[in-house]
Design a protein around this ligand. Structure first.
Ligand SMILES: *[C@@H]1O[C@H](CO)[C@@H](O)[C@H](O)[C@H]1NC(C)=O
Ligand SMILES: *[C@@H]1O[C@H](CO)[C@@H](O)[C@H](O)[C@H]1NC(C)=O
Ligand SMILES: *[C@@H]1O[C@H](CO)[C@@H](O)[C@H](O)[C@H]1NC(C)=O
Ligand SMILES: [Zn+2]
Length: 552
């Protein structure tokens, strides 16, 4: 049994067991223990057999199996109420729409969610997603584990156990906090090497996920390969294919070959970016390389629908608009509006799926937290407040601040760069600021800030556009703002009306799918080694000072 136990923190030696094995006394003791165990086991089997027979003859069947149903859970990472207001006005401006023309999400507003974690009023995405997946509060950084540092069963694992098919779709790394919290268990979110292995089926429960589409390919490649970001030489793609039968694709051609799900085979692993899929504002210009969130969602839904056509159970899928959060971390409003529009489009894709599906399907969408302290108005120091903000500034941008910062880095590293600061300043203005940000009145101070500190260019670009649009930000991190819940409605969704705790979303999902999460928790805890002192110290160190540099 000991060999089946797997630690939450990377692979550790088990010196206690090793030492005992070497001693002869251990083997004599073991013989005796085995004999006693055999006796007890035999007695138990006889007693159980009698009990079961008794039950069968005297008890009526209590549990009526659930009707076939699907659950689509969408997560808009980092999207607060202001993101909706900003995107709604942006869309009305760019498409010349009337005031009452609102987002699809606006038409499915359901309630709001309180987001604090177990150890902070401001959550990160790991604790946020664990609240959804396990229905329990945990500490910032926790991936499918509770404050006692032991794993909790997830709604995805419990659904898989009783015959549902399961899927995860994201625009960031599929090993990042939100998807990870459904299909793996680690003490701190940065353990993405371990998360990748667990997600393909190397965890103590075996394989629970049937479909994964997104980014994060680098965590699936051995460190001997170009494009790997693993710290070891484990080839996760190979393990996935050989040990667990995953079909794998890693480029646009591979995605297209799925033919929208008609030609897809499960289990299906599609990793279409080394790290993140570019922001939608940039991706749309590189559509030949990267699929969009709505395309991946549509393909995933059709794949799972086809695969469950003849089964008693439907499917559970989590679809994340992962990079709404990233745009907010950068304080880049132009990147964010395009992320939210793509998320809104994906919500419509799911509604269309529900309308044509023969199987009862519920869609629930919410955010794990707000990011950025976003505001649609600012007061510039020394000036009166202005009662307006300007979508036309965002509409003029053709690239994200992130993309422009990449281009700048590439230019400085290339032979085109002479080292001349004045020339560089002109190049930045003419090649990046005017065509990319759509800003033709950059000031000397703004351009000097970039030239003097190239590593700060991303924030500098984002600040230039925010200021002109009168978009405000209070932080490059997360906030405690309540976030909205959206739903298609359907059985049981009245439970998530009004203002609720984020864990109640998890409770709802478990109840809707009629799964037993506690049973999975027990099994996980039995099979997982207790964290050692080193692991506990790592968790404590990560939560020191409430600073989460990597905790997006
Ligand atoms: C690659 O992985 C091997 C084995 O896990 C390890 O010994 C080595 O240090 C790693 N190399 C790098 C550059 O990380
Ligand atoms: C939009 O960008 C163009 C350059 O691409 C510029 O000429 C124009 O002034 C900009 N408009 C606004 C409102 O910033
Ligand atoms: C340059 O920008 C980086 C990133 O924002 C910052 O950490 C650093 O302190 C800045 N350096 C200077 C000299 O201002
Ligand atoms: Zn974040």
């Amino acid at each position: 049994m000991a060999s089946e136990r797997s630690p939450l923190l990377s692979s550790q030696d088990r010196p206690d067991v090793e030492a005992a094995r070497k001693s002869g006394r251990f083997s004599r003791l073991r013989e005796l223990a085995l004999f006693v165990w055999a006796l007890i086991a035999t007695a138990t089997v006889i007693i159980l057999a009698v009990c079961i027979q008794h039950n069968q003859t005297t008890q009526p069947r209590q549990h009526v199996p659930a009707a076939k149903r699907n659950l689509v859970f969408m997560v808009s990472d980092g999207m607060g109420p202001t993101s909706l207001s900003m995107t709604r006005s942006f869309r009305q401006h760019t498409q010349d729409l009337p005031i009452d023309n609102v987002l699809v999400l606006d038409q499915h507003f359901w309630g709001s969610s309180r987001t604090r974690s177990s150890n902070s009023l401001v959550t990160d995405s790991a604790a946020g997603a664990t609240a959804f997946s396990c229905g329990k509060k945990s500490y910032n950084g926790a991936i499918g584990v509770l404050p006692d540092l032991e794993p909790c069963g997830t709604v995805l694992e419990a659904a898989k156990r009783i015959g549902y098919l399961t899927g995860l779709v994201a625009t960031t790394r599929i090993t990042d906090a939100t998807p990870a919290s459904f299909g793996s268990h680690v003490l701190v979110r940065s353990m993405e090497d371990s998360i990748a292995l667990q997600e393909v089926g190397e965890g103590v429960l075996g394989r629970s996920v049937d479909l994964m589409l997104g980014g994060g390919r680098c965590f699936f490649l051995p460190n001997s390969t170009e494009g790997s970001c693993r710290s070891d030489d484990v080839d996760v793609v190979k393990i996935a294919q050989k040990n667990h039968n995953w079909a794998y694709s890693d480029d646009r051609a591979g995605f297209n070959a799925l033919e929208g799900g008609e030609k897809a085979q499960l289990p299906l692993l599609g990793l279409y970016a080394s790290h993140d899929i570019p922001f939608e504002i940039d991706r749309r210009n590189h559509n030949d390389i990267y699929p969009s969130l709505s395309e991946m969602a549509k393909t995933a839904l059709r794949t799972l629908e086809k695969a469950t056509e003849n089964s008693e159970k439907g499917f559970f899928i989590m679809i994340e608009g992962s990079r709404i959060d990233h745009a907010a971390h950068y304080n880049d409003p132009a990147a964010q509006v395009h992320e939210v529009i793509e998320y809104d489009k994906t919500f419509q894709v799911v509604l269309d799926f529900i309308a044509q599906s023969k199987t009862e399907t519920v869609l629930v969408s919410t955010s794990d937290h707000e990011t950025g302290g976003l505001d649609t108005a600012i007061q510039i120091p020394g000036h009166d407040p202005v009662y307006n903000w300007y979508p036309k500034v965002l509409a003029n941008a053709t690239a994200s601040a992130e993309w422009l910062a990449w281009k700048l880095r590439a230019h400085v590293a290339s032979s085109d760069f002479s080292g001349n600061k004045d020339k560089l300043r002109t190049w930045i203005n003419e090649e990046l600021v005017i065509p990319g940000l759509g800003i033709s009145d950059a000031t000397d101070a703004e351009l000097t800030r970039i030239v003097d500190n190239l590593s700060d260019s991303l924030h500098a670009f984002a600040d230039m556009i925010s200021l002109r649009a009168h978009i405000g930000w209070s932080t490059h991190g997360h906030t405690a703002v309540d976030v909205n819940i959206y739903s298609s409605g359907g059985p049981g969704t009245d439970k998530i009306r009004g203002n609720i705790e984020n864990t109640e979303i998890g409770d709802f999902m478990g109840a809707y799918l009629e799964v037993d999460i506690n049973e999975i928790t027990e099994e996980l805890r039995e099979k997982t080694a207790k964290p050692n002192a080193e692991a506990v110290a790592a968790v404590q160190a990560a939560s020191v000072n409430d600073i989460h540099h990597l905790a997006w």
